[in-house]
Design a protein around this ligand. Structure first.
Ligand code: A2P
Length: 340
């Protein structure tokens, strides 16, 4: 069973950092759809968003928001997904959810189409499909083709995560702090409660008793689910950096088989959704400002890990637009799989 050809679409969280990306992506990809319903909190109800020459009025999300809707793209946080996704499904709406709410539910597929589209084979509509954690998507887009070639035994990932991952309010406050600096004022810290500009800090998700935070745990658990392989050993450190909208990660891989850097570069050059940016002479490698607004995940600093036996270890650096491939684009690609 699949979505109808021109599904009626609702966007939940349409005014948010990810929510605002959906309309341009639907248009760019020529995703044909019927009616569009833009939903957000009562704070935004009545405001308008322009799309394709039409002005759409944002409506308040209520339990009856899904009447006549075939597909709902959710990006309003886990508590909204928890409350409203089951209501939507009951009304016959299929939900693609960007929050962490259902990702580890064994009945909910967790999908990056380039990696595990097949996990949708037994999906029956209406239902919920989850979009993985944004840093997991960015890292796995580059790691998975290498994993398929020779098997990853262990990986160490260190993230450099942008403000966008925490939503529009964080992005606005980071920009405000730049104005504050330029104008010699004390930093505005209403949302963050701290200086972000010219700084970096440990990821703001809840800290566990073992000293790892929730973001780090998500990347480990979700990788195991997406790869359907719990045996890969994964160690993660997640850091917020004062970047507006693209996440980066430094990745160290230990292989089961053997893979040298030249072959790895060749594999990555033909990997879908990945662009190699690896110019040693020009010192040009993936940067968040280059990844922002792009669909592809940039990968570079591809080099043998010389602390390992030959071919057993590799280092990479990736940058990917967290709002696009890390969230909205991945959700639209899932929708495309459900229409096909
Ligand atoms: P609103 O703009 O009206 O607050 P972000 O991830 O950038 O923080 O965006 C969160 C999105 O979730 C926004 O569109 C926000 O709408 C929406 N949202 C937050 N709380 C609610 C709510 N209680 N009901 C519906 N939408 C909500």
């Amino acid at each position: 069973m699949s979505l109808p050809d021109n599904p009626n679409i609702a966007i939940v969280g349409a005014t948010g950092a990810v929510g605002r990306e959906f309309l341009p992506i639907l248009r760019e990809r020529g995703f044909s759809h019927g009616s569009l319903r833009l939903l957000a909190s009562s704070r935004s109800a009545g405001s308008t968003i322009e799309h394709d020459g039409n002005s759409h009025t944002v409506q308040e999300l209520t339990p009856s928001s899904f009447e006549g809707i075939d597909l709902a793209l959710f990006s309003a946080g886990a508590s909204i997904s928890k409350e409203y996704a089951p209501i939507a499904v009951k009304q016959g709406t299929t939900v693609i959810d960007n929050s962490s709410c259902f990702r580890m539910d064994e009945n909910v597929p967790l999908i990056v189409p380039e990696i595990n589209r097949k996990a949708l084979d037994n999906f029956s509509l209406p239902g919920i499909v989850a979009v993985p954690n944004c840093s997991a998507i960015v890292a796995l887009m580059a790691i998975t083709p290498l994993h398929r070639a020779v098997g990853v035994e262990r990986m160490v990932i260190s993230t450099y995560q942008a403000a966008s991952g925490a939503g529009a309010a964080w992005m606005a406050e980071l920009e405000q702090q730049a104005h504050d600096f330029a104008e010699g004022r004390p930093y505005t810290t209403k949302v963050l409660g701290r200086q972000y500009l010219f700084n970096l800090f440990s990821h703001n998700s809840p800290m566990g008793s073992d000293g790892s935070n929730e973001e780090e745990r998500k990347i480990i658990q979700e990788t195991h689910k997406i790869w359907a392989d719990d045996s890969v050993r994964i160690s993660v450190t997640c850091i917020r950096v004062a970047v507006l909208r693209a996440h980066c990660a430094s990745i160290n891989l230990t292989f089961r088989g053997k893979l040298e850097e030249d072959k790895a570069r060749e594999i990555l050059q033909s990997a879908p959704g990945v662009k190699v940016v690896d110019d040693r002479e020009a010192n040009k490698f993936p940067e968040p400002i280059d990844a922002a607004g792009q669909d592809d995940i940039l990968v570079g600093r591809i080099r043998n890990d010389n602390s390992q036996p030959a071919g057993k270890g590799l280092n990479l650096f990736v940058a990917g637009d967290q709002l696009r491939k890390g969230a909205a684009l991945n959700a639209v690609q899932i929708a495309e799989c459900l229409v096909a």
